[in-house]
Ligand binder design. Structure first.
Ligand SMILES: Nc1nc2c(ncn2[C@@H]2O[C@H](COP(=O)(O)OP(=O)(O)OP(=O)(O)O)[C@@H](O)[C@H]2O)c(=O)[nH]1
Ligand SMILES: [Mg+2]
Length: 329
């Protein structure tokens, strides 16, 4: 890292590293480049950053000009991507409209959604990307929908409480199995032992609990599935249960929020870094700056340590909410 870089550089660098999605990354990188003073000592750094920028711009242009098939390409954003899976009319689009700023088509006729549509769902200080999809069982979209489900992070199975939800749930689970999408808990190998390969978190969302008859159907659904998957009962019409559903998504996401603190400064509590469960101090350091990977000596930690500011090693496993101060050699 060249010396004599202004503090704005490090601020902009952090924003760049936290940016998600090609467009946001391009903007952040342009801002970063503008903070680098122009002199001999920064030639290499500026050239490197400009190269990265032109790569990102190419990537952005490629995405823009792709044809029809790529209408099903969903650019990842936020802490994790959560896909809405369900039969026609179960309320997937209503759910997207209830918890994000997106404005999907919502209609009483089936298959009103024909293409994916995304929105950002805030939870406390992070955001999840929700992806509304055409319904399962629609021949012309099942192929690309299954492709999205294969690479998405979390599955929300939306069932309609007043349209035989237990049968809907079974149908959806069968379809996921047929597509070989690993969902729910841990993958089980030969002899019933877990393979160590994590499966995608799966959450049932039982919608339309405002309608009469929903309570009885919910009991039945719970008896059948609640011991295997989390189940959130919601109404997109009244907003009941939606807050609890957001929490379920976070609690099942295996995401840790970690806050950076620079030595001698206050921790930055407004924008956490998000890491997968089991991540270590070294994983966090690599996210903050690649140079830390070789230069990291130790870290101080506030939160899960035995005491505030406790010194921990590179292999220390982080917890949600930890504040970490990195010390390089
Ligand atoms: N009473 C009630 N009606 C709801 C609720 N959520 C959705 N609906 C209604 O159910 C119908 C279908 O809603 P959508 O959100 O379009 O369902 P969808 O799952 O996106 O449907 P497709 O895109 O066709 O797969 C609409 O008429 C909604 O107004 C709810 O919580 N309560
Ligand atoms: Mg829809």
């Amino acid at each position: 890292m060249p010396t004599n870089l202004p503090p704005e550089y490090f601020e902009a660098d952090k924003r760049y590293r936290q940016a998600s999605g090609t467009h946001e990354k391009i903007e952040a990188l342009e801002a970063l480049i503008s903070t680098v003073p122009k002199h001999k000592g920064t030639d290499k750094l500026r050239a490197g950053l400009r190269k990265r920028l032109s790569k990102l711009r190419e990537e952005g242009a490629r995405k823009k000009k792709t044809g029809g098939r790529d209408l099903f390409t969903v650019e990842r954003q936020g802490a994790a991507q959560v896909s809405l899976v369900g039969l026609p009319n179960s309320g997937k689009s209503s759910l997207l409209a209830s918890v994000t700023n997106a404005r999907p088509v919502i209609a009483a006729y089936p298959i009103s959604t024909v293409l994916p549509l995304c929105g950002m769902m805030p939870f406390e200080d992070i955001q999840f990307q929700l992806v509304d999809l055409p319904p399962i069982g629609n021949e012309s979209t099942d192929g690309p929908v299954s492709g999205i489900l294969r690479i998405t992070d979390i599955l929300l199975l939306v069932v309609d409480l007043v349209d035989d939800p237990a049968a809907q749930a079974e149908l959806l689970i069968d379809q996921l199995m047929e597509w070989k999408i690993p969902a729910g808990g841990c993958e089980v190998g030969q002899g019933g032992r877990p393979t160590g390969k994590p499966r995608k978190p799966l959450i049932f969302v039982a919608n339309k609990r405002d309608l009469s008859g929903a309570g009885v159907a919910l009991d039945l659904l719970g008896r059948q599935w609640a011991d295997r998957f989390p189940l959130a009962a919601v109404s997109c019409s009244t907003g009941e249960g939606l807050q609890e559903m957001r929490r379920f998504v976070f609690e099942n996401s295996r995401i840790l929020r970690v806050y950076a603190k620079e030595p001698g400064k206050e921790a930055e509590m407004d924008k956490p870094f998000t890491l997968g469960a089991g991540s270590t101090v070294l994983d966090f350091a690599a996210m903050v700056h690649k140079d830390f990977v070789s230069h990291l000596q130790y870290a101080c930690i506030w939160g899960s340590g035995k005491f505030d500011g406790q010194r921990v090693q590179r292999t220390y496993a982080l917890h949600d909410g930890d504040v970490v101060e990195l010390h390089a050699r």
